[in-house]
Every structure is written in C-alpha cells, then in structure tokens.
Design a protein around this ligand. Structure first.
Ligand SMILES: Cc1cc2nc3c(=O)[nH]c(=O)nc-3n(C[C@H](O)[C@H](O)[C@H](O)COP(=O)(O)OP(=O)(O)OC[C@H]3O[C@@H](n4cnc5c(N)ncnc54)[C@H](O)[C@@H]3O)c2cc1C
Length: 517
C-alpha cells in the first residue's frame, strides 16, 4: 500500500480471525481505522488452530510455512518486524517420503542435494528430469508472482499483458491445457517421483490428475524456503492478532455473525447470532465464499457475491495425537504414499468416499527437520485426504475405522509404529471441519483447481455491495497460509482505495476524518 494517509473514525468489522481476516485487520488498524474483529471460535487462526490431544496441544492445521516474504512485507507495512514477533528457522530437509520400508527419499531445500538424492533413488536420468522440472517451476512462479499472485483480480487477458510474451513463453513451455500429472510425465519416468511432485496439487485441495500444470509452482515455493515456527504455526495467528491490537483493533471471540446488514445500497453493519447489532462503514468477510453465497450471512451478502464454482476442494481426516513412535526415522514432515494414486483421487472426487488406500502425511511436531526429537511420546498430526461431504452425510463408524486402519497400516508397512492411546487422539472429520467452517462441507481450500481456467474463477476482494469486501482461501489468490494472507492484504488495499477515491471525489461514503502523515 503506497499511500500513508491515516483514516480515523471509519468503522470496519472483520468477520473471522483466519489468517486473511488477521492480515486485513493488521493493515486497516495500522492505517487508523476503527477495526473490530468478530470471531465465532475461542481463539484466532481459523484453520491455523491449536488442538488438544492427551496432555499436549499442537497444530491441527497448516504445518508447512512458506513465502515468508508475504509476512515480512505485512509486518513492515504495520511498522513492525516479523523477526521481533516470531522465531523462524529454515529447514534443510523439506520432507521425507516413503513408499515401503526400503524405498525412502528426502527432498532438500538445496536443489542440488535433492537432485543427488533423486539420482541415487531412481537414476541419473530422473535427476536430470528433476533439474529441468525445477527450472520450469521457477519460471512459472516468476511469471505468476506479479500479474497473478499480487494482482487484485487477474483474468487470462490481464495475466497475458502483465507477464509479457517472454513470461508466457517461459510459462507455457508447458501447454496451458496440460494437467499437472501429464506434465510431470514429461520430466519423470519413475511413477514414484510423479506421485511425489503430483502431491503438490493437494496443497490447493486438488487432484494432480485434473489440476493445471502451472501448479508446478508449488515446488518452487517450497524450494524458496520452508521455515519452522517456534511454538507452532498457531503462534503466527497470535502474533498477527497482537499486532492488530497494538494498532487499536478490538477482538471479540465467541462472536458469530448471523447477518451482514445493508442500508441505502451499502453495508451498514452486522448482527450477531445473539441479536446484537454492530454498526460499520465497511465489512471484510473472512468466512468461506460458500457461506456468503449460500445465504448464511443474510440476503444482502448472498446477492453481493458470485456463486462459487461447483466443485469443492479436498477435505481431510486429521488425527492429532500424542504417542510413542518407533522403527521409522521420522523427520518433521513425512509423506507415506499409497500404491495407486489415481484410485485414491477417484475415490475422493468421483465416488465421494474415503480413499480405500490413502496417502498419509505425518507432521512430527517435536522434531526438527533432520529428525532430532524427544525420547518419550511425541506430538503428531496425521492427515489423509477426504471428500468434502461433511454437510451431506457423516461417515459411519465403520468407514472411519477402516480409513484409520488403512492409514496406520501404511505407516506400519513403511516401518513406522505408532503406539496410539485412544485418550490421546483427537480426530477431525469432514463433518468436524464443516462445523468449524460452515457451508464448506469440510473443504479446506475453497473450490478445487480443476481445469486450466479454474485459477481465474475465484472472486477478488470487491463485491457488488459497496462496503463489503472478501478475504480468505476461497477468494483470489487462493488457499494456503501465505496466499490467504495476500487476499487479506488485497482486501485492505481495495477498502483503502475506495476510501481514497471517495475522499478525492468529495463524497462521504464513509463518515470520519482523514489526515496525512
Ligand atoms: C489440516 C490442514 C492442513 C493445512 N496445511 C497447510 C500447510 O501446511 N501450509 C499452508 O500454507 N496451508 C495449509 N492449509 C491451508 C490453510 O490453513 C488455509 O488455506 C488458511 O489458513 C485459510 O485461511 P483463511 O483466511 O481462509 O481463513 P480460515 O482459516 O478459513 O478462517 C476463517 C475464520 O472465520 C471464522 N468465521 C466464519 N464464519 C464466521 C461468522 N459467521 N462469524 C464469525 N466468525 C466466522 C471462522 O471461525 C474462522 O476462524 C491447511 C489447512 C488444514 C485445515
């Protein structure tokens, strides 16, 4: 945000303290607006939440922290330094991957180290394929960062104009219509490597068999840096909330917004589930787009937003547990692959059922990237992908038990024993995620990115109702902690832009004074 005008007396309500709501709250409060954040949960963070299991508390949501620059810029815009609020350590081992007890592969932050490991694992040709893949992923990322990720509302045309001919040629050395899976076949012959890099589609809640090849950029994002947040990812949410508070924002927890009100053709405030009215000149909604479009926040909000694309992204089954482990040298991030990746995604997206043979992610939260950890029980987040049908039907006890068996059996076949005690396990199903994030069915990443044009299907921050802005993983530029934070930043920028243009034209769209630093 280039201008430093300070706005006073403008009342903004932010609905939701997910990372996007927090980003908007920080930036708007730093510019002098009167910000009130209303959050239905008991703490900030949204999906970046802390979960209790046994005697422990642990991250129950995101665990991979990337694109640190997004937060450095955000904190700097609010006059603070990220490093003063959060201790971050870069990892050298990005993740440990396993297919069986004998087949293991580590990926490293250092591309050459990864290439050597891939060479030892699958041969020199695959190592060359990996180097080409990295170069392609880097070019795609470089092309998209400005005209897509940072842009308010990109279209295929604006992207073409912003990227320039060179950028587009770099990016579309792959066909714009190719799927990630097909493109990976051009770089890797070994199906295990195709599976490993195809998994990046799931970071956006999508299937590698349907997602566009441009999602290769996720590989570059990881190589550009993964950090461990001391104390857990949830600390990031706490740090952002504290920063917003330091600039005068007020946070109310256990405060569920039931309706966004409009008067005279623009936003006038919100009504809480208990009936309390809070007047506002602008509202930033961090609830899922599906909740607004489905009428959960009233008619004015429903009419103001477009219908989301029909297909939901992935949900998950997550087990947070405190348990003894043995047999497998766990790193911080570990992935155990199923034998048939295509079948897994068919189960989820075509059959709407829990995968019979899931791929399993395990985050060993007490370990560093190299694997050093505690002697006794440790904190694990174990995750498998699942269909987002939490609002349609709950899974039966037998379905859940069978998914759990399949997941932990795979770990055992790969050499990892996890000594689970039922009293130290907290399970969250798609139904549980639906309850936490209403109208999503438990989808964790908004809509799926299936098809080449899907990236352009997400709305930007502005809506048809003046004064109402959107922020979150279901709007542009999409899900993931840094991307959602970017969307909060874009929402704040649009809101301030509207204020500035109202001031220039002499309108008093929002009451209150204005001064310039
Ligand atoms: C298990 C899991 C693993 C993940 N792993 C990663 C990862 O490793 N790396 C990564 O970058 N991303 C990961 N993600 C995705 C990432 O967590 C999300 O994309 C991001 O946190 C979404 O942020 P958001 O701003 O959209 O808000 P959300 O987190 O969706 O929060 C929205 C908030 O709004 C509140 N709210 C909704 N409706 C109302 C209402 N009516 N009134 C008041 N409050 C309301 C909700 O309670 C919630 O707190 C993961 C997500 C999950 C669940």
């Amino acid at each position: 945000m280039a201008s430093t005008t300070i706005y006073t007396g403008h009342r903004v309500v932010v609905i939701g303290a997910g990372v996007a709501g927090l980003a908007a709250a920080v930036l708007l409060a730093a510019r002098g607006l009167e910000v009130t954040v209303l959050e239905r949960a008991a703490a900030p963070g949204g999906k970046m939440r802390e979960v209790a299991a046994g005697t422990a508390r642990m991250d129950g949501g995101p665990t991979v922290f990337t694109m640190r620059w997004v937060f450095e810029e955000l904190f700097a815009e609010a006059g603070a330094a990220l490093g003063d609020h959060l201790a971050l350590r870069p990892v050298s081992v990005l993740a440990r991957h396993a297919w069986s007890e004998r087949e293991r592969l580590d990926l490293f932050a250092d591309t050459e180290q990864s290439a050597e490991a891939i060479g030892r694992f699958a041969g020199a040709a695959e190592a060359r394929g990996y180097r080409d893949f990295c170069e392609r992923a880097r070019k795609i990322y470089r092309t998209l960062e400005g005209p897509f990720i940072r842009a308010a509302r990109p279209t295929p045309l604006s992207l073409a104009a912003g990227a320039g001919l060179r950028g587009l040629t770099d990016m579309w050395g792959v066909s714009p219509f190719a799927t990630l899976w097909a493109e990976l076949g051009r770089h890797f012959r070994d199906p295990r490597l195709r599976q490993l890099f195809g998994r990046y589609a799931t970071y956006c809640g999508s299937s590698p068999f349907l997602a566009p090849a441009t999602l290769m950029l996720v590989a570059h994002v990881e190589q550009a840096g993964v950090w461990l947040v001391e104390g857990g990812m949830h600390r990031l949410a706490l740090a952002m909330a504290r920063l917003a508070e330091a600039h005068g924002a007020r946070f109310r927890y256990g405060a569920e917004v039931a309706e966004i009100e409009a008067r005279g053709g623009r936003v006038s405030g919100v009504v809480l589930a208990g009936g309390e009215r809070i007047a506002a000149d602008a509202v930033v909604a961090n609830a899922d787009l599906a909740a607004l479009a489905g009428g959960l926040l009233g008619d004015a909000a429903r009419r103001a937003v477009p219908k989301p694309a029909p297909e939901r992204s992935l949900s998950a089954m997550t087990w947070c547990l405190e348990a003894g482990t043995s047999g497998f040298p766990l790193a911080r991030h570990n992935v155990f692959f199923s034998a048939d990746y295509a079948a897994e995604f068919r189960d989820i997206f075509e059959r709407g059922r829990l995968p019979a043979a899931p791929t399993v992610y395990a985050c060993a939260q007490d370990r560093d990237d190299a694997g050093a950890g505690p002697d006794g029980p440790e904190r694990l987040l174990v995750l498998t992908n699942a269909p987002a049908i939490g609002d349609r039907r709950p899974f039966t006890g037998e379905e859940i038990a069978s998914c759990e068996r399949a997941s932990f059996d795979l770990l055992r076949r790969c050499g990892l024993r996890v000594d689970r005690r039922p009293e130290a396990v907290t399970l969250t199903t798609p139904l549980g995620f639906e309850r936490l994030f209403p109208a999503t069915g438990g989808a964790l990443y908004g809509r799926s990115l299936h098809g080449w044009s899907s990236s352009f299907g997400r709305p930007g921050a502005a809506t048809r109702l003046p004064g109402l802005f959107l922020a979150g993983g279901s709007v542009h530029p999409g899900p993931g902690v840094p991307m959602a934070a970017m969307s909060g930043r874009l929402a704040a920028a649009q809101l301030l832009g509207h204020l500035a243009s109202a001031a220039r034209s002499g309108r008093t769209a929002m009451p209150g004074g204005m001064s310039t630093r």
